[in-house]
Design a protein around this ligand. Sequence first.
Ligand SMILES: *[C@@H]1O[C@H](CO)[C@@H](O)[C@H](O)[C@H]1NC(C)=O
Ligand SMILES: *[C@@H]1O[C@H](CO)[C@@H](O)[C@H](O)[C@H]1NC(C)=O
Ligand SMILES: *[C@@H]1O[C@H](CO)[C@@H](O)[C@H](O)[C@H]1NC(C)=O
Ligand SMILES: *[C@@H]1O[C@H](CO)[C@@H](O)[C@H](O)[C@H]1NC(C)=O
Length: 173
Amino acid sequence: MAKIALMAAAVVLAFQAAEVAAKRWTVGDNKFWNPNVNYTVWAQDKHFYLDDWLYFVYERNQYNVIEVNETNYISCNANNPIANWSRGSGRDVVHLNVTRHYYLISGNGGGCYGGMKLAVLVEKPPPSPAPAPIKNNARRRAFLVSGFAQFVIPVAVFAAIGLMWDNVVLRFW
Ligand SMILES: *[C@@H]1O[C@H](CO)[C@@H](O)[C@H](O)[C@H]1NC(C)=O
Ligand SMILES: *[C@@H]1O[C@H](CO)[C@@H](O)[C@H](O)[C@H]1NC(C)=O
Ligand SMILES: *[C@@H]1O[C@H](CO)[C@@H](O)[C@H](O)[C@H]1NC(C)=O
Ligand SMILES: *[C@@H]1O[C@H](CO)[C@@H](O)[C@H](O)[C@H]1NC(C)=O
């Protein structure tokens, strides 16, 4: 009985691990974090899921990455930041660890007025990767990785726990 319970627990854990396929988004793709890029357009066909990352690449002496609320996002006001994500290297990551709206602007040198403002809504990830038409390579990779996690890892865990359990049983009986 206990053996079955352990195996069931291992399978549940493996399935939960399989759901995590966090993605790192390079903001602006090959235009990075710069003026004259429309980040509303950049974000509009994307889904941002819990535990994804935003990666900002920019000229560190000119711009930054400041999180503000919606009002200050609209008006490009960086004077009341919620968070300062800039670390000084011009390469910053924002870990999207809460399901909510994030409003990020560049508060320096008029960057925000030049279009350096990004609003994203972080969603709860869907329970499993869509099995239907996979167009995008990243999603296909995530699907393959999760396939590995869902089928290969549980089998290995089964075998390992089975072996461990048999050793314990043999030692005592
Ligand atoms: C970005 O594009 C959206 C959608 O086309 C548009 O509504 C918005 O005004 C544009 N923003 C800027 C700063 O040009
Ligand atoms: C954002 O913060 C400002 C103060 O900096 C406040 O006046 C405003 O109401 C806030 N907006 C939202 C949507 O919370
Ligand atoms: C944000 O933090 C960085 C690194 O600590 C610092 O250099 C920078 O001045 C800060 N920016 C603002 C606007 O607070
Ligand atoms: C999310 O990340 C922020 C900044 O790193 C941290 O302060 C906060 O505690 C985190 N929240 C959760 C729910 O993990």
